[in-house]
Write a protein that binds this ligand. Structure first.
Ligand SMILES: *Cc1c(COP(=O)(O)O)cnc(C)c1O
Length: 243
């Protein structure tokens, strides 16, 4: 069951406030950090809340689920930006290129080739982020840090792909202190990689998609421009719980 709209507004307001505080503390401008609500597993109404509140996009982790949901939305939610944040199989590349406004989970050369071909056929410039396993977590998807330059070169060579930046997911630790330490290291790695690639390839890579419900403050401190928040906005997936 989805929480009601007033509760969504309360949750969104506290996240926006916490994001602004984290930005201020880091000497950054809050306006340069976007909140991307993650609506995966939630009904189309969740995306309608997002649009009504005035946010611009949603994150989804499955191609089919997202396409169906978008088809069910009405009004302002129809013009949201739909972004894929979950792992993408090459056999779904074409559908994903068709459906999504941006794909954040581009993590291997073969996928770049498939997406490039699909975007060319659709005559659509497809914005992407390169997903990097910046926390060197064996359980996570994402290209290894050292493979990032090669991957960026492959993506830049595709006329119909536009590389907006980089994305990462921080690994979990056994304790919360360990989790925080992993997250800080992961976000710092992604930030350094971005700065390095920007210099080497003279390409802006303005979007740094990092930070989720549990670690967006640390991500903002490290330079995140886009935080992907699900649980803190909508409650636990499956059963919403109070914050
Ligand atoms: C589910 C998901 C999120 C949101 O996670 P929460 O902890 O619920 O905020 C963010 N990023 C990715 C890639 C996800 O799959």
């Amino acid at each position: 069951m989805l929480i009601d709209y007033p509760e969504f507004v309360d949750r969104a307001n506290s996240i926006v406030t916490a994001m602004a505080a984290a930005a201020r503390q880091a000497g950054r401008v809050a306006a340069e950090i976007e909140l991307l609500p993650v609506t995966k597993t939630h009904p189309a109404a969740a995306a309608e809340y997002v649009a009504r509140y005035g946010l611009l996009g949603v994150g989804e982790n499955r191609v089919q689920e997202s396409a169906e949901k978008r088809g069910q939305t009405t009004g302002a939610a129809r013009s949201l930006r739909w972004e894929l944040i979950g792992h993408l199989q090459t056999n779904k590349a074409k559908l994903a290129a068709q459906h999504f406004d941006r794909i954040q989970s581009v993590d291997r050369d073969k996928l770049i080739q498939h997406l490039g071909r699909a975007a060319t056929e659709l005559d659509k410039v497809l914005p992407i982020l390169l997903q990097i396993n910046a926390g060197q977590d064996p359980a996570k998807f994402g290209a290894e840090l050292e493979d990032a330059p090669r991957l960026l070169e492959a993506a830049l060579a595709q006329k119909y792909l536009r590389v907006d930046g980089l994305m990462t997911i921080a690994p979990l630790g056994a304790t919360s202190a360990e989790t925080s330490a992993h997250a800080e290291r992961t976000f710092a790695n992604l930030r350094m990689l971005r700065d390095d690639l920007t210099r080497r390839y003279h390409t802006p890579l303005t979007t740094l998609s990092m930070g989720m419900s549990g670690d967006f403050g640390l991500a903002i401190a490290a330079g995140s421009t886009l935080v992907r928040v699900g649980t803190a906005l909508f409650g636990a997936r499956g059963t919403p719980v109070a914050l």
